[in-house]
Design a protein around this ligand. Structure first.
Ligand code: FES
Length: 276
């Protein structure tokens, strides 16, 4: 028999932080497991609700997963995220999910994939990059264009400098708004770099995530390069509370981001009220 608590989708499972990686001065990646192993198996782009007792809960992108744990990258921006940044390995957390639709893997099959991300916006995109790297035969060429404000703000440096270089037919281009004395890579904003690199829209799907201002200009640049609205996919960062379509906090018109998103094509977004 199922009891009332375990059948309630709003009651989190008890999880434990087993590893913490300091990505940047204000971003940490947390590896989270439960007594039974991985809390659940998300598809790329899906979300998890993470909570700390007496502090609160919030929705976060799942940035990757191992056989026994989920990886969640969190930027320090408020009370809960600050408390999580104070946490140590071994800390108990609540976790529930997965939520959201995830990336449209079927629509991407056989296509070249262009990933464009800025700052912590690489977190959800990374789940897709790692998935495509694991299912390499299902996808065409992969191209990652990523930028941050400074070299210190680059997330997932080991992927950028090592892991993704080992993926077959995968190109990685990194830029920073402003370099420092040790930086000898590209300097400049992501949209300008994208236009400079000129990826072809032919048989390609572009996936973008980052600060709203970056996304706005990336969409313009993609349009200039000849990408159509149905070739562009983005994932929305919205304030979500329940994650299950009950609280109404994440709606855009008649759509709930927690149920219908967070991943949308630009074609879908253009049909929705401009509240995102
Ligand atoms: S988060 Fe409550 S309806 Fe979407």
């Amino acid at each position: 028999m199922v009891d009332a608590v375990s059948s309630n989708p709003l009651v989190p499972e008890l999880g434990k932080i087993i590893k913490i990686i300091q990505e940047t001065p204000d971003v940490k990646t947390f590896h989270i497991t439960t007594d039974k192993g991985k809390p659940f198996t998300p598809m790329p782009g899906q979300l998890a609700m993470l909570s700390l007792l007496d502090v609160g809960e919030a929705m976060f992108s799942i940035t990757s997963q191992g056989p026994e744990y989920l990886e969640i990258a969190i930027k320090k921006v408020g009370t809960l995220t600050e408390a999580l940044h104070e946490a140590e390995e071994g800390q108990t957390v609540g976790i529930r999910g997965p939520y959201g639709n995830g990336f449209p893997l079927d629509m991407m099959k056989g296509k070249n994939l262009l990933f464009i991300a800025g700052g912590i916006g690489l977190a959800p995109v990374r789940s897709l990059i790692n998935y495509c790297a694991e299912h390499r035969e299902d996808y065409g060429n992969m191209w990652i264009i990523y930028g941050s404000r400074s070299p210190a703000d680059l997330c997932f440096k080991e992927d950028l400098t090592y892991n993704w270089f080992k993926v077959e037919n995968c190109r990685v281009n990194v830029t920073v708004d402003r370099g420092d004395e040790n930086w000898n890579g590209h300097e400049g904003f992501v949209p300008a770099y994208l236009e400079e690199l000129k990826p072809s829209p032919e048989n390609c799907v572009a996936v973008t995530c980052g600060p709203p201002i970056m996304i706005k200009f990336v969409l313009q640049s993609l349009e200039k390069l000849g990408f159509k609205d149905d070739q562009i996919v983005t994932t929305l960062e919205m304030r979500m509370k329940c994650g299950v379509g009950k609280c109404g906090r994440c709606n855009i018109g008649s759509h709930y981001v927690c149920l219908d998103g967070p991943v949308f094509t630009l074609e879908q977004l253009k049909k929705m009220p401009n509240e995102y």
